[in-house]
Write a protein that binds this ligand. Structure first.
Ligand SMILES: [Zn+2]
Length: 317
């Protein structure tokens, strides 16, 4: 699946493939929730396909495409995290190095995906270096990472680095509007912090309910309704960083609407807030939320941090 925001990069890579100058080691970096895994998997399938379409997509009909679909392709090797592991281990990379020494079966190229690449432990990463330095013929090693800064610099420098695009809000919204969803695309996108695939997954997850509930609580505080103590008990065990990010995004949306003096485009969850808080207060809240983020991962007193968040929104009269 190539998403609309990825088509330009796809075309660039396909031109390189046609010109036979696609680098043998590619490091794809991009944020989670934007369809990056799908992009790299499609690229692998396209490189293995015996008869790709004019735009470079795999034909889905040749022997290679069929065997890849049944997860038994002799020229393809995915290196992923094993289910119960936190790291990609050196044994996995040794197996990969052995694979790269074999002769090809029937695809025009051999393809490897390593994802998430930053999870290779130090021994695994060192073991990969040699294969990156002395590439096997007709081989492409595709590394995918949302945190490329955590990779060994020697790995990064041996790869051609490619940035996978994050769609702008219009492109993300347009794509979401074309999907079959239970909830409003605008709300989903806000709760997913602008990441369309995360938004799509949220549509069928419990997290969206939490998002709506949290916005309702801050909106009640802004209107002087209900008790902060009762509300904060409910959020004590919840991810504080996510709560802060949701508030920061809400403030950003409200400020944007205040600038154009029109709340019509705001999702329902934010409509009540837009009338209750003026622009100056929004900036104050914004500054204080940013300060709280420094404490959010390991708060000394989780309940107190939640109470502080809710008090920020409280009516001041
Ligand atoms: Zn094919």
């Amino acid at each position: 699946m190539i998403y609309p925001w990825q088509t330009a990069l796809w075309a660039t890579l396909q031109r390189a493939r046609e010109g036979d100058h696609l680098p043998h080691a590619l490091l794809f970096q991009g944020e989670d929730g934007c369809g990056n895994e799908a992009f790299v998997e499609d690229l692998a399938q396209s490189l293995l396909c015996l008869n790709p379409t004019a735009s470079g997509h795999a034909c889905q009909q040749c022997r290679s495409c069929h065997v890849l679909a049944s997860q038994a392709h002799p020229d393809f090797m995915p290196v992923m995290l094993h289910e119960d592991r936190q790291a990609i281990l050196v044994e996995q990379i040794r197996e990969l190095n052995h694979f790269l020494g074999l002769s090809r079966s029937y695809s025009p190229r051999r393809v490897v995906i390593i994802s998430p690449a930053e999870r290779m432990n130090i021994n695994a990463a060192n073991s990969l270096l040699k294969s990156l330095e002395e590439p096997a013929a007709d081989t492409h090693i595709l590394l995918l990472s949302a945190h490329p800064g955590s990779l060994l610099p020697t790995i990064r420098s041996r790869c051609q680095q490619m940035r996978l695009p994050v769609p702008d809000s219009d492109a993300a919204l347009q794509w979401l509007q074309q999907q079959t969803l239970q909830h409003s695309p605008e709300t989903l996108l806000l709760a997913a912090r602008g990441k369309p695939l995360t938004a799509f997954d949220l549509d069928s997850s419990e997290t969206l309910g939490h998002y709506g509930e949290w916005l309702r609580h801050i909106s009640e505080c802004a209107q002087g309704q209900g008790s902060i103590t009762a509300k904060s008990a409910q959020w004590e065990k919840f991810d504080k960083t996510l709560l802060l990010d949701w508030q920061l995004d809400a403030v950003n949306s409200l400020l944007k609407q205040a600038l154009i003096a029109n709340s019509a485009g705001l999702p329902g969850e934010l409509q009540a807030l837009s009338g209750a808080i003026n622009k100056q207060r929004l900036w104050e809240i914004h500054t204080k939320l940013l300060a709280m983020k420094a404490l959010a991962a390991h708060p000394l007193n989780p309940r107190l941090l939640i109470e502080d968040m809710l008090m920020l929104w409280q009516a001041r009269y």
